[in-house]
Design a protein around this ligand. Structure first.
Ligand code: C5P
Length: 233
């Protein structure tokens, strides 16, 4: 199991993304590409970034019928990505189908993790809109258990949920945690945040960091600070 800092490349275009990456010279990074960039630029952006020697977490949060997710994952597996994800609410069967689609004939595959409840969903909206009348923490842990049962590698969650997820799903079950800010940062629209150091203490395997690095005056320095605080290097 790895450990590291994943930079959220929330840029609108290939041009902006490559301008950012060029700041890092030859350094090999772990980058998260989300829907905005992928839908704007298509799979070529993934190929180009892989060619530069970086690792990619393709954050497309698949959620559809099992057959469609399996076929879509087959296409993503051909892109040679390192990590991707689905919604756990798509059911255990859907997650299993995703895993099957992602696995190549030789058995190799990228890491597959699941989103439990999005952090933008409040207790109130979950009850009113989704008719789920359970404490949100119980729902998150239930989805984490389903994810494990489906054979996936881990979940995206808040650093504050890591300890409970590890209790429920075991210490090797991967936790990928956004919501990271330096002590001195503006929190922006994130609510439940922790520092890289605290995320490490809480047992996160990977932290996903966007604006504290991408909007920093010196992104390379901010990235290095993040790695130093999280990995103790
Ligand atoms: O800029 P910031 O560090 O807040 O970026 C965090 C990244 O993690 C964004 O790409 C955001 O979409 C993603 N994310 C999140 N919370 C989740 C899932 C994903 O912030 N629950």
């Amino acid at each position: 199991m790895g450990k590291g800092v994943i930079i959220a490349c929330d840029f609108k275009s290939k041009e902006d993304t490559l301008k950012f990456l060029n700041l890092f010279n030859e350094e090999s990074l772990f980058l998260k590409i989300g829907m905005e960039l992928f839908y704007a630029e298509g799979p070529d952006i993934v190929r180009e970034i892989k060619q530069r020697g970086h690792k990619i977490f393709l954050d497309l949060k698949l959620h559809d019928i099992p057959n469609t997710v399996e076929k879509a994952m087959k296409s993503l597996a051909n892109l040679d990505i390192d990590m991707c994800n689905v919604h756990a609410s798509g059911t255990i069967d859907m997650m299993k189908a995703g895993l099957k689609g992602l696995t190549k004939e030789d058995g190799s595959r990228p890491l597959l993790i699941a989103v439990t409840q999005l952090t933008s969903t409040s207790q109130e909206r979950m009850e009113k809109d989704l008719l789920i009348n359970k404490p949100i923490e119980d729902v998150v842990m239930h989805y984490a258990k389903n994810t494990k049962e489906a054979g996936l590698d881990g979940v995206v969650c808040s650093p504050l949920e890591v300890q409970k997820v590890k209790e429920v799903c075991g210490k090797n079950f991967i936790t990928v945690t956004p919501g990271i800010r330096f002590k001195t940062d503006d929190v922006g629209d994130q609510v439940r945040i922790t520092t890289p150091e605290k995320a490490n203490e809480l047992g996160s395997d990977y932290i996903v960091v966007g604006r504290p690095i991408t909007k920093a005056e010196n992104p390379v320095e901010a990235y290095k600070r993040c790695v130093a605080e999280f990995c103790g290097e």
